[in-house]
Write a protein that binds this ligand. Structure first.
Ligand code: PEP
Ligand code: MN
Length: 363
């Protein structure tokens, strides 16, 4: 499917940097905190847009819900001091009005808002006749149509300085990520509308500092326009998303280590076929790892149960039944018997090791 949007040429409104880096704290917490963060990250010379959340949509109540409109002045002032445009999240018409009053340069729509067409429409209505860039994050749920719908609504209000921002998706599976990247969804969006600038937010995908470099590099390898990375002058004291915020120094090291690959000269294609296929392999391997982890959790529960009921770890009958049934299933999908038996043997050995540990711990 082709997505028809009326998009302004990105050269006319986006800073001309590759990759384009948006950074700043998850939340604006005080005048001092946002200014100090801005001063430090701007020294790196690689950040083009200063971000900061003013109204924080929290999953659970009684968490820090942002400083509110008052913080817009601090954010704008910090941007002016370091010469950077500033961006913040809006979730309703009132937020839009407050941002416009305070000369905020760029708005973004958060994942919890993109899921709701009523809220997106309210924002679109508030933006009619306004010329301001808007970034639309993907919805929390892995539904590309909600993302597309939000982009269409904002575009129909006359906003043509428009970009998409990939921040990962909520997933029921146990995962190393806070939000599963499901790279095939942003890839599909890019294929539907190649002229729409596509950014990645590795901070909210990773949820943890350690994973951010991997996710950032992956986004660049998929030819994304740039990255939104949360940075806080003192992450341990951050009032939201403490685990995923980088110090300005850490941000500097990350940006220095990113590899920017040459685009395939002359190719109209977003990414080459090999990269697409490798991305799918990466996803599948991640799924396999997560499935093994879930399987091992159940193995531990069985270990505890066997222990309580005083039965042996190895139960031959059950093992024979597993081998027979899995061989049958493997054959149906064209996997060799030898391969599946070797793999099950490995899994079984590890399960026995884990159960032995569980039983001994309880003795
Ligand atoms: C944020 O950018 O701080 C934020 C709340 O993001 P998301 O909407 O992606 O959860
Ligand atoms: Mn955040």
């Amino acid at each position: 499917m082709k997505l028809e949007l009326n998009i302004a040429n990105k050269e006319t409104w986006l800073p001309n940097k590759t990759p384009l880096i948006i950074s700043g704290p998850c939340s604006v917490e005080s005048e001092e905190q946002v200014l100090q963060t801005a001063l430090e990250i701007s020294k790196l010379g690689k950040v083009s847009i200063l971000r900061g959340g003013i109204w924080k949509p929290r999953t659970r109540p009684n968490s820090f819900e942002g400083v509110g409109a008052e913080g817009l002045k601090w954010l704008k002032q910090a941007g002016l001091e370091v010469g950077l445009p500033v961006a913040t999240e809006v979730a309703n018409a009132e937020h839009v009005e407050e941002c416009l009053k305070n000369d905020i340069d760029i708005l973004w729509i958060g994942a919890r808002t993109t899921v709701n067409p009523f809220s997106v429409q309210e924002i679109a209505d508030a933006l009619k006749g306004v010329d301001i860039p808007v970034f639309v994050k993907n919805p929390i749920t892995p539904d590309i149509n909600l993302w597309v719908g939000a982009l269409e609504r904002i575009n129909a209000a006359g906003i043509n300085k428009l970009a998409a921002l990939h921040r990962g998706f909520a997933s029921f599976d146990k995962s190393s990520y806070r939000n599963a990247p499901m790279w095939e969804i942003p890839i599909e969006l890019k294929l539907m509308c190649p002229e729409l600038p596509l950014f990645c937010d590795p901070s909210h995908i990773a949820g943890d500092k350690d994973l951010i470099p991997y996710v950032s590099q992956k986004a660049l390898d998929l030819d994304m326009e740039g990255l939104m990375l949360e940075s806080h002058i003192k992450p341990v004291e951050a009032k939201s998303d403490a685990k995923q915020q980088l110090t300005p120094n850490e941000l500097g090291s990350l940006l220095a280590q990113l590899i920017i690959r040459e685009k395939n000269a002359g190719s109209e294609e977003f990414i080459n076929k090999l990269e697409q296929l490798r991305t799918v392999i990466d996803e599948l391997d991640e799924e396999l790892i997560n499935k093994f982890a879930s399987r091992m959790e159940i193995i531990k529960k069985i270990g505890e149960y066997k222990h309580e009921n005083n039965v042996t770890i190895l139960q031959l009958e059950r093992w024979e039944q597993i081998l027979k049934n899995r061989s049958f299933l493997a054959d149906k999908v064209g996997l060799s018997d030898d391969f599946i038996k070797k793999m099950l043997e490995l899994v079984h050995q590890e399960s026995i090791r884990v159960q032995t540990k569980v039983m001994n711990r309880q003795n």
